[in-house]
Design a protein around this ligand. Structure first.
Ligand code: F6P
Length: 505
């Protein structure tokens, strides 16, 4: 670690430890200082980090760390389309799809999106006959973003009924078949590489299902979403139905590209564009704001305070909104696949823990299941709450009022705790949380929420000196799975026994 980084971490360690109650009592401006509102589309998002332990001293210290980590230069490189993924020699240009980035990349992205818009609108207008269902086949970043956005945004009125299938377990694909009419179904094959075993196996089975159910030209019902269009052609998809995206867009950052096709199919182009625009507003904030006022960076300061200085091994995210029920699983890939690393960007062992384990769920369900541990367990778990002021339902307003009351009460209870004579009934309090409160869940705020977390992830990586854009940790298991196919003999005794028991030997 560089001398300046070491000094910055030491200064952070030397900061006094105060409880949240003390921090609120000592500073009447705490909420004003640590919460901020970003205008997004027609609404806004409030980011309240006041219930974390961040102080002026810690913020000074983290700003010094950001300087030692060359954060400003790394951010410039990110938006300039320069190499920020050194192990693969690549840029990371997902923001170009939102219109923010290197000019040439923004233009290229706009052209690809224009092509996607033409196809989406043509299909909506009947160019491929009646289309009532879309089976979207992809995995990881090629599935989690589409699943989240379709689920969040098309509950009231989906223009097309979308089924996202990721698992190689045929049960998943069969469930989609059972709910689709083959004569009015399109199949989107979403894979950056167009080689992923799960996706290609599922896609082949989907074609077979179409053929066996009276569709005379199954390939004519396929749309390929990929950064490897030549592979899609080889596989049999006609070029007019291939929607490419740039190699410099990482899988877990690809919802903005043609991987977002099912979202545009479900909500229409205007709303898909609004999602990109909402994300762009966060890009501009992240690109142009310095120090603690930069909200994704500020969130990363708090993340690192807990993971590196307080030993938190996990961070929990609870969406107090049914429309965001898939947000925690989306974040798991974004954060853990990006920052679950053991070496620095230069390939040296890291000097502290990297990404905590991201987990979470939906409020209020989670309160009746896992919140016991958050309030009284022995682990320190920083919590993020995400909620919407506007309801997603049209039932008695009591539903949404109770939902929000519960969300805010949980943060307050974690903060203050409660003393009791009976130790089993006592709450220590002083447990941190952050709250993200959106005016409403709409395409723009969803785009902004996702972009906020992308940049938070990047900021964490820069401060930890790791590369968030590769994922070599997923390779070994894939290779060994192929090896099992060739024979069990070179495996450990346990794996051989399991394989033989299941008849794989
Ligand atoms: O195995 C991990 C991974 O490469 C992810 O990074 C990616 O999102 C997913 O697999 C799917 O990859 P592809 O889009 O190339 O099928």
């Amino acid at each position: 670690m560089s001398e300046s980084r070491k000094q910055a971490w030491q200064a952070l360690k030397d900061q006094p430890a105060e409880t949240l109650t003390q921090l609120f009592a000592a500073d009447p401006d705490r909420v004003a200082k640590l919460s901020a509102r970003l205008a997004i589309g027609p609404g806004s998002i409030l980011f309240d980090w006041s219930k974390t332990h961040l102080t002026d001293g810690l913020l000074d210290g983290f700003e010094a760390l950001a300087e030692a980590a060359d954060f400003t230069e790394m951010r410039r490189k990110l938006f300039a389309g320069e190499v920020v993924n050194p192990t693969e020699g690549r840029a990371a240009e997902h923001s170009a799809l939102r219109g923010v980035g290197k000019e040439a990349s923004v233009e290229e992205a706009a052209a690809l999106l224009a092509r996607m818009q033409l196809l989406v609108e043509a299909i909506h207008e009947g160019a491929l006959g009646e289309v009532r269902h879309l089976i979207h086949i992809g995995i990881g970043g090629s599935a989690l973003g589409p699943a989240l956005a379709v689920d969040a945004l098309s509950r009231d009125l989906a223009l097309v009924d979308v089924h996202v299938v990721s698992n190689i377990d045929g049960v998943a694909l069969e469930a989609a078949f059972a709910r689709c009419d083959p004569a009015t179904t399109l199949v989107a094959v979403a894979s950056k590489t167009f080689t992923t075993t799960e996706t290609m196996t599922n896609a082949t089975s989907a074609l077979k299902w179409l053929a066996e159910n009276g569709v005379s030209d199954p390939y004519g019902r396929v749309i390929a979403l990929t950064a490897a269009p030549e592979k899609a052609v080889e596989w049999g998809v006609d070029e007019t139905r291939i929607l490419p995206f740039a190699e410099s867009v990482g899988g877990r950052y690809s919802i903005w590209s043609s991987i977002g096709f099912p979202v545009a199919m479900a909500v229409g182009w205007e709303d898909f564009q609004a999602m990109l625009d909402g994300a762009a507003e966060v890009d501009v904030h992240f690109r142009d704001t310095d120090g603690r006022a930069n909200l994704p960076l500020r969130a990363a300061f708090a993340d690192l305070f807990y993971s590196r200085l307080r030993g938190a091994q996990t961070r929990a995210v609870f969406a107090y909104d049914e429309r965001l029920r898939l947000f925690p699983s989306y974040l798991q890939q974004l954060e853990m696949e990006s920052n679950g690393k053991s070496v620095t960007a230069e390939g040296k062992p890291v000097d502290g823990p990297t990404a905590p384990i991201t987990w979470g769920g939906v409020g209020t369900d989670a309160q009746h299941a896992v919140f016991q541990l958050l309030h009284q367990g022995t682990h320190l778990v920083p919590v993020d709450f995400i909620a919407s002021i506007a309801p997603g339902d049209e039932l008695d307003p009591a539903h949404h009022r109770i939902l929000l009351m519960n969300c805010f009460a949980q943060g307050a209870a974690l903060l203050v705790g409660r003393s009791a004579e009976d130790p089993a009934r006592a709450y220590s309090g002083n447990r941190p949380s952050a709250t993200i409160l959106v005016d409403d869940i709409d395409p723009a705020t969803l785009g902004a929420l996702i972009a906020f977390h992308e940049h938070r992830t990047f900021a964490n990586a820069v401060l930890m000196d790791i590369n968030p854009f590769d994922q070599f940790g997923v390779e070994l298991g894939k290779e060994m799975s192929n090896k099992i196919d060739r024979g069990l003999s070179n495996f450990d005794a346990s794996t051989i026994a399991l394989g033989e028991a299941a008849g794989l030997g």
